[in-house]
Write a protein that binds this ligand. Structure first.
Ligand code: PXP
Length: 240
């Protein structure tokens, strides 16, 4: 019995990182996606980056044929990314303002400064039938900006929550509770992700009312090394 209606989307980038270390097909990303779904995950997330250092564009094309739950493709919407998305038509596209070469996403969009660009991209994605989500911090002006750009949802960037959680969970979650309520009030759906793990997930999901989806990669795939993928997916679902 689940405690919340929050859906778990598993980011499988790290499986590809391990595979790419040897250049073969072990571990097999497609098999990992199938198993992750079979073990209960409600979505698969991938984040192809321009250097294709983990998930490749070919992986995204292959996964399109395999994923039976929600397929969420994240990334910076350059021309190549948009071409891929047009071809693959995932259920959801999460727009991330990654500068080239970053290790991992490290900031949300400035939806005011980049409004014209985001409006065009979101209109295009919507015309292809994808739900759109904008990776964002908890600033209300940025959330309003996401709405003005036509996005369906926001994905709250939870690194600040994860960092603050150990010291003071209530204080760490408060801005997310407020911004999720604000987003819902202006008609946006709310996802969240980054640095969520077995310790901090349950509190976040319980406190942030109306949260629809979390996408979790690094900690979950790392935990799978200790507990196995099936146990791990179940353990994360048990927090939601
Ligand atoms: N959301 C976005 C936009 C991301 O870029 C990432 C990392 O690829 C995540 C969520 C998942 O973060 P983590 O790997 O820390 O769970």
């Amino acid at each position: 019995m689940r405690k919340t209606s929050v859906r778990l989307s598993v980011n499988i980038n790290k499986i590809a990182t391990i595979r790419n270390a040897r250049g073969g097909n072990t571990p097999n990303v497609a098999l990992a996606a199938k198993n992750t779904e079979a073990f209960g995950a409600e979505g698969i997330t991938v984040h192809p980056r321009p250097d294709q250092r983990h998930i490749t564009y070919a992986d995204v094309r292959e996964l399109k044929e395999i994923v039976t739950t929600e397929f969420n493709v994240e990334g910076y919407p350059n021309a190549e990314f948009m071409k891929l998305v047009e071809e693959v038509k995932p259920h959801q596209v999460t727009l991330v303002p990654d500068p080239p070469g970053v290790l991992t996403s490290n900031a949300g969009w400035n939806t005011i400064e980049h409004a014209d660009f985001l409006k065009d991209v979101i209109a295009q994605l919507s015309s292809w039938g994808a739900r759109t989500s904008v990776f964002i911090e908890t600033d209300e002006a940025m959330i309003e900006g996401a709405k003005a750009c036509g996005s369906d949802r926001i994905e709250l960037y939870t690194e600040a929550y994860a960092t603050g959680f150990a010291k003071n969970p209530e204080e760490a979650v408060a801005p997310f509770v407020r911004s999720a309520a604000f987003a819902r009030d202006i008609g946006l759906g709310v996802n969240a992700g980054h640095d969520l793990n077995l310790d901090n997930l349950a509190f976040f999901a319980q406190e942030v009312k109306g949260l629809q989806e979390v996408s979790i990669g690094h900690a979950l795939i790392s935990d799978a090394l200790y507990y196995g993928l099936e146990n791990t997916v179940q353990m994360y679902l048990g927090k939601l």
